[in-house]
Design a protein around this ligand. Structure first.
Ligand code: NIG
Ligand code: FE
Length: 406
């Protein structure tokens, strides 16, 4: 028919939850036209006759959401820390374990000892759990190497996973995660090494998309973090920060001063910090898995984030210590039950705001013309059903860059 726009594929037969602006914006009986991996058009099925598609997929009901985004993980690591889980249940704290050389440093030993092939294969098995839940954009941090060669090897492993697996993976350099054994008692020596040796090599090889640090009394001070951030920015790398997880050090205000993409955890954040994040447009990444597994009692101040208009993302924080979590949907439920988010806020947290926490919101995270065609079909009647079920699997079909994943 004359005047019909050609496209590669047309997807019909479901309600579309676009998550534009972080709201559901439900399009009943919707349709999506895809061309060259991007969304050409999204609207009512009744108007889809304007498109001539090479391939048409008709679902029988259900909903389509944007692909899910897990914007904070530590999925590449060696070993496991189930022994520490048992100790913590007996009252030993995370800080006690770290002070004894366990915790992050235990995983550093196991990660250094593992081959790159083993690290990649074990991480791929964990990522398979996220793929089965509709994750299309994933961030993975380094931070268990803690010497130049081992950090580079972790980042190379993350890049290799991105090349091998059917989703987009962003790599974050988290060398300022803990003081390595070689620099015991000399945290500034490790910061020097990060600033002068590691980050220039990371940037030159294009191995990271962002730089993170752990700002905490058992890790690095705001002044040390600022040195890492200065170096990152001079190399053109955006920053993000683990801040206010166990105590209030003002890390989130520091992050805001550097226009960080996100500040993450935030149980101990103050109102001044929240104001600073709002002014800089920094996303608050909430991590209910770590909160739950550390049996933290203080919640991040969701009411303040709402009041000041700070977007809230949610992530698994998947790591062998504080958050051995392999389900992002579980985080949706926990963010609502534990932190008081609405199901709509929770879904926005694993789509549009997760994408923004990775600097990707201009091209991923919602169903809008011009963005990459990353979306998921779910056999449910309403998006809140993705949030309210605890456990189990909802069999979904995932489309990444316009192609069906499985
Ligand atoms: O996000 N806070 C620091 N990093 C991780 C924990 C890493 C670990 O214990 O291995 C977190 O919770
Ligand atoms: Fe983390």
């Amino acid at each position: 028919m004359a005047g019909r726009q050609p496209c590669d594929s047309l997807w019909l037969g479901a309600d579309i939850v676009t998550l534009r602006d972080g709201r559901y914006h439900l399009q009943p009986a919707g349709a999506i036209a895809v061309r060259a991996g991007r969304i050409l058009w999204c609207g009512a099925e009744a108007d889809a006759g304007d498109f001539a598609a090479a391939q048409v997929t008709r679902f029988t009901g259900g909903i389509i959401t944007p692909g899910l985004v897990d914007c904070h993980t530590h999925l590449v690591f060696g070993g496991d820390r189930s022994d520490e889980f048992a100790q913590r249940l007996e009252g030993v704290t995370y800080a006690d374990i770290a002070a004894r050389g366990g915790g992050i440093l235990g995983t550093v030993r196991a990660t250094r000892a593992a081959s790159q092939a083993a690290l990649q294969q074990q991480a791929a098995a964990r990522i398979a759990c996220l793929l089965a839940e509709g994750v299309t954009l994933l961030e993975i941090k380094s931070g268990y190497g803690l010497d130049v060669a081992s950090e580079l090897r972790m980042l190379q492993t993350i890049r290799a996973l991105g090349d091998a697996l059917p989703l987009t993976i962003k790599a974050t350099c988290l060398a300022a995660h803990a003081v390595p054994p070689e620099f015991a008692g000399d945290p500034d020596g490790w910061i020097d090494c990060i600033v002068h040796q590691l980050l220039p090599r990371v940037a030159q090889a294009g191995l990271a998309d962002a730089v993170d640090a752990f700002c905490e009394h058992l890790a690095f001070t705001p002044a040390q973090v600022a040195r890492v951030f200065d170096a990152a920015q001079s190399l053109g790398l955006p920053v993000k920060l683990h801040a206010e997880q166990l105590s209030a050090l003002g890390g989130s205000s520091l992050a805001a001063r550097y226009h960080a993409l996100s500040a993450d955890h935030l149980e101990y954040i103050t109102e001044d910090d929240v104001r600073a994040m709002a002014a800089s447009g920094t996303v608050a990444v909430l991590l209910p898995g770590a909160y739950y597994l550390l049996r933290e009692t203080r919640c991040p101040p969701v009411a303040l984030f709402r009041q000041y208009g700070v977007p809230m993302a949610l992530a698994s924080d998947s790591n062998p210590g504080t958050s051995p979590v392999l389900s992002l949907r579980l985080m949706l439920n926990m963010a609502c039950t534990l932190f008081g988010l609405t199901p709509e806020e929770a879904l926005a947290g694993v789509t549009l705001w997760g994408a923004r926490a990775l600097g990707e919101a201009h091209q991923r995270g919602s169903i809008e013309a011009g963005k990459y065609a990353d979306f998921v079909h779910w056999p449910v009647a309403h998006p809140a059903q993705l949030v309210y079920w605890l456990g189990g699997q909802i069999p979904c079909q995932t489309i990444v860059n316009g192609e069906r994943r499985q």
